[in-house]
Design a binder for this molecule. Structure first.
Ligand SMILES: Cc1cc2nc3c(=O)[nH]c(=O)nc-3n(C[C@H](O)[C@H](O)[C@H](O)COP(=O)(O)OP(=O)(O)OC[C@H]3O[C@@H](n4cnc5c(N)ncnc54)[C@H](O)[C@@H]3O)c2cc1C
Length: 482
């Protein structure tokens, strides 16, 4: 697949999703790619220290999953072979938005879906598929960058240190910072004399607490995602709850709250926090399931955008994934955004090749454009939470955009056409402009076509699980895939 005429070498710092997916995008245009990571990169779907967020529920929306399939054909099959669920949306989702409960419309061929799997499985499969499809990509674990080679005009490589303390200078045409929220690229650039790159930060003070549960009998497969969202308009801190069915018949449960309403790491208090959410269905389901392991906390949630696309940077430097734009994870866009950005980098590489002097500059702009969707969706909501820390309070344009999104969401809960378009954007399949058409404006003004639901709609089997009855003896009703 890769162009044998190209002898370009790219070094990617960070071997998590953004790094490996960007390596996949660059692979056809490079002679050699080296992906370094300070952590181990296991040959099996094992947890690793460098990916602490893997202990929290991760939903991969179809916009991101499709991008990953385009980058690494066969990745869906590999996930499924190892127990990941493909969950049709909206049918396979109990979703309580600020405007109400979404209907679980049944589509014969659902356009949207989510992958339900733990991060360790998702990332391991991506690494496997990357090195299988692109043998000229080398993963180099336990390896860190020491300094960039080159000067303020151009980067020529990176000096790295291995676990035994030995250092090596890797000459390269491109250095990619994919170190996540650690974002080591900033310090490496400053050491070259590059001025600090401006950043924007919007922090709703979200704290996550997560735990795995063994699903109750009858709920191990073919089970919906539960998503209870916060309502920033009520002037109170928000509570959020997500249950994601994952491999091995387990549920990944993440509870979170904005500033002023935080879950703790106390296992005894976990289900009590679930009961503070806007609806008790998550807490009621957890009563039927058996906890596996401890509660893990995360505060890695502020929205942080580093404006690499607007800075004067040396040629040959690119930042991707959370290292460039990290978003509040409650919206579930980080992985999808990284995948779509990687596709965008691949398109630039196909146009210019890696050695073109403007390649990195154009790629930085392409990455920023792709990341804007997730950034706008997350910050457009977060600036309205009480106690948020942001550069400025919401202005008239923010209020107008928020009003429109809420009106559309209100229409979407009772209008199949609107929910399809709305989900296109929420799942990063389409840009936000997809929602601003004459038909959508009329739909937003009209509101839902059918009455709002008073609560979640469960199939008889799901209701039996919730009631603690024997789900096998119950008519199963329409499934949710899985
Ligand atoms: C609590 C929580 C829940 C989330 N839920 C979701 C979700 O439901 N859906 C979703 O799409 N996203 C979710 N996310 C976001 C998602 O985890 C990130 O967007 C995604 O992992 C970003 O990938 P990345 O490769 O940019 O960074 P990371 O995954 O953070 O990886 C960074 C890599 O860089 C390596 N590294 C760091 N420093 C160095 C160094 N000095 N030298 C070498 N290597 C280094 C690390 O070892 C690691 O491998 C969640 C995040 C959190 C915190």
């Amino acid at each position: 697949m890769h162009d044998p005429r190209s002898s370009a070498h790219a070094v990617v710092i960070g071997g998590s999703l953004a790094g490996t997916l960007t390596a996949a995008a660059l692979a056809p245009h490079s002679g050699r790619i080296t992906v370094i990571d300070r952590d181990v990169l296991p040959d099996t779907p094992l947890p690793r220290r460098g990916l602490p967020q893997a202990r929290h529920a991760h939903v991969l929306w179809s916009g991101g999953a499709r991008a990953m399939e385009a980058l690494l054909p066969g990745i869906h099959d590999l996930w499924r072979e190892h127990g990941a669920h493909r969950i049709p949306i909206p049918q396979g989702m109990l979703s309580f938005a600020p405007s109400g409960w979404f209907r679980r419309w049944h589509d014969e061929h659902p356009r949207h879906y989510a992958i339900g799997a733990g991060r360790d499985l998702m990332d391991w499969a991506v690494r496997q598929q990357l090195t299988r499809l692109h043998p000229h990509v080398t993963l180099r674990p336990a390896c860190t960058p020491v300094r960039l080679l080159g000067d303020r005009r151009g980067v020529r490589g990176v000096e790295v240190r291995d676990h035994d303390g030995g250092t090596e200078a890797l000459e390269a045409d491109l250095i990619v910072d994919a170190t996540g929220r650690a974002a080591v690229g900033g310090a490496l650039l400053r050491a070259l004399g590059v001025p600090e790159v401006a950043e924007t930060r919007v922090d709703a003070g979200v704290v996550y607490a997560s735990r795995r549960y063994r699903a109750p009998a009858g709920a191990e497969r073919d089970w919906p995602i539960v998503s209870l969202q916060a309502d920033p308009s009520n002037g109170r801190p928000g509570g959020i709850g997500t249950i994601v069915p994952v491999e091995s018949g387990e549920w990944f449960v993440s509870l979170s709250g904005t500033r002023g309403h935080h879950p703790t790491g106390d296992a005894a208090a976990f289900e009590d926090f679930a009961r503070t959410l806007r609806h008790p269905v998550a807490a009621d389901l957890l009563r039927r399931a058996e906890p596996v392991g401890d509660v893990t906390l995360s505060r890695s949630t502020p929205n942080v955008r580093r404006h690499y696309d607007k800075a004067r940077l040396p040629a040959g430097f690119l930042a991707v994934g959370d290292a460039a734009t990290a978003c509040n994870p409650v919206y579930g866009h980080g992985m999808s955004s990284a995948a779509r950005s990687a596709l965008a980098v691949g398109r630039v590489a196909a146009e210019t090749g890696l050695r073109h002097r403007d390649f990195a500059k154009r790629a930085r702009k392409a990455v920023a454009r792709e990341a804007s969707a997730a950034w706008t969706l997350a910050t457009g909501q977060d600036i309205f939470f009480t106690g948020v820390e942001a550069p400025a309070p919401p202005g008239a344009a923010d209020r107008a955009a928020s009003w429109y999104v809420n009106a559309l969401m209100n229409a979407a809960i009772g209008n199949h056409d609107v929910v399809q378009r709305f989900t296109d954007v929420m799942m990063l399949e389409e840009p936000a402009g997809h929602l601003v058409t004459p038909g959508m404006v009329v739909a937003a003004l009209r509101g839902p076509r059918v009455p709002k639901l008073g609560g979640p709609v469960l199939t008889p089997r799901e209701q039996a699980v919730l009631d603690g009855a024997d789900p096998v003896a119950t008519h199963t009703g329409p499934g949710t895939g899985g």
